[in-house]
Design a protein around this ligand. Structure first.
Ligand SMILES: Nc1nc2c(ncn2[C@@H]2O[C@H](COP(=O)(O)OP(=O)(O)O)[C@@H](O)[C@H]2O)c(=O)[nH]1
Ligand SMILES: [Mg+2]
Length: 254
């Protein structure tokens, strides 16, 4: 197992993740120490299995939330504990096997070289990726780029990324949204507004069929409505900040 980092950790929010969760966490542990999992009120017995894994692994910590509160809430809970433990950055990844654990060291190295930035995964889809999801994210990405005046967000939604811990906590404390599926895109846009620039790195994303152990809690109507409302409020926030953003943008492009 790799030597323990005192600045960077892997944080995995997990809600009823399906059969791939233990392999996903093991794969992350093979690449990084420490790894923390935040179990977000799961009802599938995964909390107990993860706790059993952690009992024999000092590099793995499992935080169990009693009720499901949404991905953003689960990540925020983990970030507050990470900040209290002195960590400055966290790589978030999903618990269902879709994200490339083998790229954790590459992302961490990029973040350690430029700690003022966030490191965003840019998804490379396999042939099984549902067209509706792939095309849907183009809309979210288009909005995110407008809202940040094209400051370089490669992908707004991919949850395989490194956030600076304190800037994100400050943003989330000041904002009552970002607690569910609206977390990832709103986080990158608001971090850009706060002056945290993105680094983009290509990273494969896998889509598993249900019979292969694939699980998704994405609901098209509910979550697309959430994303539409999110971009509406971000666009209004963008209009308010437009003079400041335009000024900054001119400075960085010259
Ligand atoms: N959708 C959802 N995901 C959650 C929640 N809490 C934590 N997560 C985790 O967030 C990640 C993304 O969720 P997932 O359903 O796989 O979304 P998808 O990969 O975009 O289809 C997974 O690791 C989930 O386990 C929640 O309340 N809802
Ligand atoms: Mg998933």
């Amino acid at each position: 197992m790799p030597a323990a980092s005192t600045t960077h950790l892997v944080l995995i929010p997990s809600y009823n993740p399906g059969p791939k969760v233990l392999d996903t966490v093991r794969a992350a542990r093979a690449q990084w120490t420490p790894v923390w999992v935040v179990v977000d009120g799961s009802t599938d017995g995964s909390a107990e299995k993860l706790q059993a894994l952690a009992a024999s692994d000092d590099g793995l910590k499992v935080i169990v939330l009693p009720e499901n509160r949404g991905k953003g809430s689960a990540v925020l809970e983990g970030f507050m504990l990470a900040a209290a433990a002195g960590f400055s950055h966290a790589l978030t990844m999903d618990s269902d096997g879709q994200h490339p654990a083998d790229l954790i060291p590459v992302f961490m190295a990029a973040s350690q070289a430029e700690p003022d930035k966030m490191v965003l995964g840019k998804p490379v889809f396999d042939a099984d990726a549902p067209a509706l999801r792939v095309n849907g994210r183009k809309i979210s990405n288009g909005w995110a780029n407008v809202e940040t005046l094209w400051m370089g967000i490669g992908d707004s939604l991919y949850g395989f990324r490194i956030y600076p811990v304190m800037p994100l906590i400050r943003i989330m404390r000041a904002n009552r949204f970002m607690r569910r599926f609206d977390f990832d895109p709103e986080a990158v846009v608001r971090l850009c507004w706060a002056g945290v620039r993105p680094i983009n790195i290509d990273a494969p994303v896998r889509y598993f069929r249900a019979d292969e152990g694939g699980v998704s809690h994405f609901k098209y109507l509910r979550d697309n409505t959430l994303l539409t409302w999110m971009h509406t409020r971000l666009f209004l926030g963008f209009l308010l900040r437009l003079p400041l953003l335009a000024w900054r943008r001119l400075q960085t492009s010259s």
